[in-house]
Design a protein around this ligand. Structure first.
Ligand code: GDP
Ligand code: MG
Length: 208
């Protein structure tokens, strides 16, 4: 779990999801505020984690965000990847139904390594610049099943919602760890609204 440095609490957030959903692109968007035109998966990134700092309730909080470094392609994410993780961002691509269905397997796999009582899940639909192929009701149902209000659309390509959603996850983890009582009743003024839509992805229409 997080190490409780009095001055700076530290958290670990891991990225999970099918190959190709945009985890590495999300990671680079957070780190460098860029979108690499070439598929990051084909670039030897050599980077596995980044350090993200924000101030929450007047206190600086440090978060290490881990990317899979491609291990998910070969189903070789080891227990190390999950060790001491406080939260997982379960990422799917909004234009890829299969990647959404695979989230269940990601959860099942993660549960071998994490304590569900103490773990925070966030569900992020990336590629929000493309067409939405997944019913919003299914997304909400999955969030309910996971017991999380952290449901977001992002676009690593445009940058929309990337930092906002990550900050919301960190904030949620921090408050949970700090034991700050919080009520969740659909919309929390401190969190982005459930399924935040910076630019609402359009459901693919039947024609054309
Ligand atoms: P990973 O395998 O989950 O790490 O996915 P990558 O970050 O390697 O991205 C896979 C492909 O999706 C690449 O070609 C990216 O350029 C593309 N991609 C990633 N994020 C987005 C996005 O938000 N919008 C669009 N249109 N393409 C994206
Ligand atoms: Mg990757």
């Amino acid at each position: 779990m997080a190490s409780y440095n009095i001055l700076t609490p530290e958290y670990k957030i891991i990225l999970l999801g099918e190959p190709g959903v945009g985890k590495t692109s999300f990671f680079f968007r957070v780190r460098d505020e860029v979108f690499l035109a070439e598929s990051p998966t084909t670039v030897c990134t050599g980077v596995e984690h980044l350090e993200h700092r924000i101030v929450i309730d007047g206190q600086e909080v440090k978060t290490n965000v881990f990317d899979t470094a491609g291990g998910e392609r070969f189903r070789t994410l080891t227990s190390n990847y999950f060790t001491n993780a406080d939260a997982a961002i379960l990422m799917y691509s909004i234009e890829d139904q299969y990647s959404f269905e695979r989230i269940e397997d990601e959860i099942e796999n993660a549960l071998q390594f994490v304590d569900p009582e103490d773990f925070v899940w966030a569900l992020i639909g990336n590629k929000a610049d493309l067409h939405l192929e997944i019913e919003e009701s299914s997304i909400k149902a999955k969030g309910k099943h996971l017991g999380t209000p952290l449901l977001y659309y992002t676009s690593a390509k445009s940058g929309a919602n990337v930092k906002e959603s990550l900050d919301a996850v960190v904030k949620y983890v921090h408050r949970k760890r700090a034991g700050t009582p919080r009520k969740y009743s659909g919309v929390d003024s401190d969190l982005l609204p459930i399924i935040s839509t910076v630019s609402t992805p359009k459901m693919k229409s039947g024609c054309c």
